[in-house]
Design a protein around this ligand. Structure first.
Ligand code: ZN
Length: 253
């Protein structure tokens, strides 16, 4: 009888706090999925590798930008780099466009749509960033030239956008200027052949930039894990929960 009451109580907790079940993604091939189907936008996270493939709501997964991402020497001392990222030597954590086994290989996936349904390309626009630093997305041209795509450093405009081909799939460089938790809001737009011009609500994607842990950090991480455990069950802070889980995950690896 007593056991039944405990089970019922646990089930009640689970149903009240479903949003705390965030999945940390520290590596593997993962895409920001862009889909428009039957008049409804579906911006999500599509984890391709490791298998099994899984999909998550934007806020149900956290891309973990591990210590390997920290750029030695910070922002390079070149005119194009400093114009985009800020002063030379400023810290920078980079998710590369090429695959690194210790980092998420993050792309934009629109394979679930057909180019036949659209007039031209779609766009994915960065509309807001919540976090301790700035967020940058760029590509590199055939001659190694930096091609800025999106940046929170100079505010937000229609120019902070990626071109997305319906039916296509592409990868870019992502970078962050400080460790901590970020929420990056992206909105998709396109000219649909039947529905006309359609635009999604901004979807908040979560990133956690993890600094290189020193001994003191590891001790602190242990404390944070305990705190995070309590917070998760109090259900007060979704982002706080994610913050706490990161160091716990790192320690168990
Ligand atoms: Zn991809």
């Amino acid at each position: 009888m007593k056991m039944n009451r405990i089970v019922v109580a646990l089930m009640a907790v689970a149903s009240v706090y479903p949003a705390t079940s965030q999945t940390m993604i520290p590596s593997g091939h993962v895409d920001i999925g862009v889909l428009y189907e039957s008049g409804v936008w579906d911006l999500h996270v599509h984890k391709e590798v490791p298998e099994p493939e899984e999909e998550f709501g934007p806020s149900d997964a956290v891309f973990v930008v591990g210590a390997k991402a920290q750029q030695a020497g910070g922002v390079p001392n070149s005119a194009s780099a400093t114009a985009f990222f800020g002063p030379a030597g400023s810290p920078l954590w980079i998710l590369p466009k090429s695959q690194d086994p210790e980092l998420p290989f993050l792309g934009i996936g629109a394979e679930e749509m057909s180019a036949d349904d659209w007039n031209g390309s779609l766009t994915l626009t960065m509309t807001e960033v919540r976090g301790p630093g700035d967020v940058f997305v760029w590509d590199v041209g055939a001659f190694g030239d930096l091609q800025p795509k999106m940046s929170s450093r100079d505010g937000f405009s229609a120019g902070d956008a990626l071109t997305v081909e319906a039916g296509g799939h592409a990868h870019y460089f992502w970078a962050f200027s400080a460790p901590g938790d970020y929420e990056v809001f992206l909105s998709a737009q396109g000219d649909h052949k039947v529905d006309g011009s359609v635009q999604s609500e901004p979807a908040g994607y979560r990133f956690q930039v993890v600094p290189e842990p020193g001994v003191g950090t590891l001790v602190l991480a242990g404390l944070v894990c305990l705190g995070g455990f309590r917070r998760r069950f109090s259900g007060r802070s979704v982002l706080g929960g994610a913050t706490a889980v990161g160091p716990c995950v790192r320690r168990s690896l």
